[in-house]
Design a protein around this ligand. Structure first.
Ligand SMILES: [Zn+2]
Length: 63
């Protein structure tokens, strides 16, 4: 008798700090605010890691 464990989709621990938009593949980090307009910025991993403000278009590249 083998009980098959349900394939649960577990969120990574970082998900506590991120809002993940699966459709766009975008991580929205809740604490990062735009230095220009003060709204919450989104973190994009592709093609290069960067922060982007959808409000004013400000982009900040990670080192
Ligand atoms: Zn902005």
């Amino acid at each position: 008798m083998s009980k098959k464990a349900p394939a649960q989709k577990k969120l990574p621990r970082a998900a506590a700090w991120y809002e993940i938009d699966m459709q766009k593949g975008v991580f929205r980090f809740k604490n990062k605010l735009c230095p220009k307009c003060g709204s919450v910025m989104a973190f994009h991993r592709e093609p290069v890691p960067r922060w982007h403000c959808g409000k004013c278009g400000f982009t900040q590249f990670q080192r």
